[in-house]
Structure formats: C-alpha cells, structure tokens
Design a protein around this ligand. Structure first.
Ligand code: NAD
Length: 396
C-alpha cells in the first residue's frame, strides 16, 4: 500500500525528541494565521477525565489522554502507533478494527486491555469507556464522516485524517455533530507541527521577504507500480484521486503560505495514460490555480503517475523552496538567503501531543474541523472547474 511518504527512513531515533512548540505560535516564536475564520462553536470537553481506570494508572498514563485508533491500516501501523509510544500528552489506549487477528496482534504488541478493543459494530459502546478520551479516525476517506459522527455522539474528542471527508456536506455534518456533543474536532494536518512548513508560514504570512508574489506546489505519488485494487483508486471510498489524497497538501501549503483561503480556482484534469488504474472515476493527474484576494496565484499539480514533492514561494525581495515538503521525513529547504537549517522532527508525535493538549485545555486545535471544511470547499471547487473545462469557480 502506498503511503504519503516517498522517502521513508525507518530509524526515528535521529529526530529531535525535545522539540517544543506553543499552541497558536510557531517554533520560532511568531504568531501565525493558520486559517481564517475557523473557530469552532463547541465549548466544553468530553468530561470523563475524572474516571481514570486502574490499567491507565498502572501504566503511568493517568495524566495522559487516551487515544483509540480507528482503522489499523498502513498509517496507523507505521506512523501513529509508534508515535504514540513517544507522546507526552496522550497514549495508545484502544483500537477499533474489523480484523480479529489484528486486534490480537496489537493487544499483545501494545499491551492494550481487551476492554479497550472494539470492532466497527460495537464501536458505539466506546461511550462507556473512560480510558478513551480521543477517537482518531484513520479509515478510507468516505468513512471519515460516519466514524467522526459516531465518536462525537459517544462524547469523545475526534482527530480525523485528511481529507476530512469526501464532500462539503459531510464535513459540515461532522462539525455540527462535534459541536452538538460538546467535543472538539481536529484534522490530522501534521505539517503544522514541523519546522520547515512552519518557517514557510512565517516567510509568507510575516512577509519576511516582502509581499508574496507567487506560490508553487506539487505533490505526486506514483500509484502505478502497485496493484490497482486499492481503495485510493475507488472513487466511492476515496472521493477522488491524487487531489484528495496528496494534492490536498498543496492546497494547505498555498493557504498557510498566505494565511488565507483562495477566492477562486481554475483546474484541468491531465490525460489518462494508465487506464487500468484510472477507470473508476478517479483522476490520474490534475493541475490547478488558486487565486487569492491580494492578487497572488498558487500554481499546483498532483498526480498518481509520477513523483513530486514541492512547496515554493516567491516574494518581492526573496524566495523559498522546500522539497520534499510533505514527506514524513527527509525534508530539505532553502531560501534566497541560504539553506533552511532545521531538524526533521517526529511530526505525528508533535501533532497528537498538540491536539491532545488543546482538547484538554478546552481550546480549538490549530488545525480544527473548520480548516478541514475550508479545504473541502476548495477541493470541490477544483473538481468543479476541472469537470467544466477550466471554468473559473469562485469560493464563497
Ligand atoms: P490503509 O488502506 O493502509 O488502511 C485503511 C484501513 O481501513 C485498513 O485497516 C482497512 O482494514 C480499514 N478499512 C475499513 N473498512 C474498509 C473498506 N471498506 N475498504 C478499505 N479499507 C477499510 O490506508 P491508510 O494509508 O492508513 O489511510 C487511512 C487514512 O489516513 C486515509 O484517510 C488517508 O488519507 C490518511 N493518511 C494520512 C496520512 C498523513 O500523513 N496525514 C498518511 C497516510 C494516510
């Protein structure tokens, strides 16, 4: 199965363990506009922290929030579960899986009590489990809405993987469910927690090199080397092709470079040269332009039939370029003033610790559901434009 990581480096030990960050500000100490108008209406937490189980106390986790991972596929297995062995504000308390053999394997590997293991049918009983404070939805995209809403009804905070949903309507229902049940919703946008992308936010938003003039972003992963029989190539489950899966990082990159959302988009689908892979309503490649109200444009591309990984910007008095920009590891960057000298961090650790801390403090995450909704509106507009031969689509 493909991952979002074209440059895997297995040894995590080399990462900065003590890298710290403040919520709502950068590692570099500057406040950032990660999103315009994205404050959630939910006000109080799930409120079950008083009842801490004996297992939790025995494991020294009594001061940490318990996370249950829903969907034990590649991302949960290779990234999130190992990261949860290093988090300080949260820990792997439970799992939700449809595969009994995986339940057994994870139970033994991570010492998860039987009572914290659920399947998709009995998942709603998680409401009665005080060990679980946060449900992390790591399922195929079209399942995000159902499991986020069920988790919210169980009065659990939710972290939902990107893309938040497969439609704007679903994204809105997810936010409403969380607000109605007074739980917080955050999206798994890990790049807001790592220094290269945070530096790009500063360079753009703080106009370090003067006004930004243009943004370029590309994120592509070659899916044509593996089996075509995967959910990412099935529109019912994925909601779309590379745009939904990896192109979303370009949308994010352009928005956090400028600290705002685009006002309009134009887009074109690329030619299908591998019909045995792209025959199920999923595009092989797509290119699009995002127009911002200050006249700046972001030119973006995403494909499932080649490799690319870039976020670059040009300003009045300088430029920057991060490549790879979105991989878990191995990021490199330079600006017109020289190399970007940052360590690669274990970003999922920082992401989940940051999100757990915000939930505990009854604050909105820096990557709230509203940011996921904003991005869904942009993705839908990009698809609408591409379906209509590049028609300019405004985003309200
Ligand atoms: P995966 O295919 O490896 O895992 C999917 C999991 O869902 C599996 O455990 C599978 O058994 C389960 N599942 C339940 N019902 C299913 C169904 N009907 N069809 C297929 N699988 C079903 O996928 P993944 O790479 O782990 O991705 C899961 C989610 O995480 C996606 O939304 C993806 O976009 C996101 N993701 C995010 C990042 C990131 O960097 N933030 C990286 C990878 C994946």
């Amino acid at each position: 199965m493909k991952t979002n990581n074209p440059n895997p480096i297995p040894n995590r030990r080399k990462f900065l363990k003590g890298f710290s960050f403040a919520l709502g500000s950068t590692a570099l100490g500057l406040p950032l506009l990660s999103l315009n108008s994205c404050q959630a209406g939910g006000s109080s937490g799930a409120g079950n922290e008083e009842q801490v189980s004996q297992e939790k106390q025995n494991k020294g986790n009594s001061n940490k929030m318990g996370i249950a991972l829903v969907g034990l596929g590649n991302y949960s297995t290779e990234q999130l579960a190992p990261a949860l062995q290093e988090t300080e504000n949260c820990y792997l308390a439970g799992i939700v899986t449809g595969t009994p053999s995986k339940a057994e394997e994870w139970k033994n590997k991570y010492n998860i009590p039987e009572k914290n293991i659920y399947n998709y049918e009995n998942f709603d009983q998680i409401a009665d489990n005080p060990d679980i404070d946060i449900v992390y939805v790591v399922l195929p995209n079209s399942m995000h809405a159902e499991y986020t809403i069920r988790a919210a009804k169980a009065k659990k905070h939710v972290i939902c993987e990107k893309p938040m949903a497969t439609s704007v309507a679903d994204a809105q229902r997810m936010i409403e469910a969380c607000n109605q049940n007074n739980v917080k919703l955050a999206i798994g946008y890990r790049l807001h927690y790592e220094p290269f992308n945070k530096r790009v936010m500063e360079l753009g938003q703080q106009q370090v090199f003067g006004k930004v003039q243009s943004v370029e972003a590309a994120n592509s992963q070659d899916m044509t080397k593996d089996s075509p029989d995967v959910w990412r190539l099935d529109k019912e489950l994925s909601g779309g092709g590379p745009l939904m899966d990896v192109g979303i990082y370009c949308v994010q990159g352009a928005c956090y470079t400028l600290g705002k959302a685009p006002v309009a988009v134009t887009a074109q689908f690329g030619e299908i040269t591998n019909p045995e892979y792209f025959n199920n309503g999923v595009e092989q490649s797509i290119s699009w332009k995002m127009e911002f109200d200050n006249g700046v444009a972001a030119e973006c591309t995403s494909s499932y039939a080649r490799e690319a990984n870039l976020l670059a910007g040009k300003a009045e008095n300088g430029w920057w370029r991060v490549s790879p920009a979105y991989a878990y590891e191995g990021k490199e960057g330079e600006t017109s003033e020289g190399e970007m000298d940052y360590e690669n961090v274990y970003e999922q650790v920082h992401q989940m610790d940051g999100q757990a801390q915000s939930f505990r403090n009854n604050q909105e995450s820096i990557v709230p559901g509203e940011m996921g909704l904003r991005d869904m509106k942009i993705l839908e507009a990009i698809y609408e434009s591409a379906r209509n031969n590049g028609k300019r689509v405004e985003i309200s």
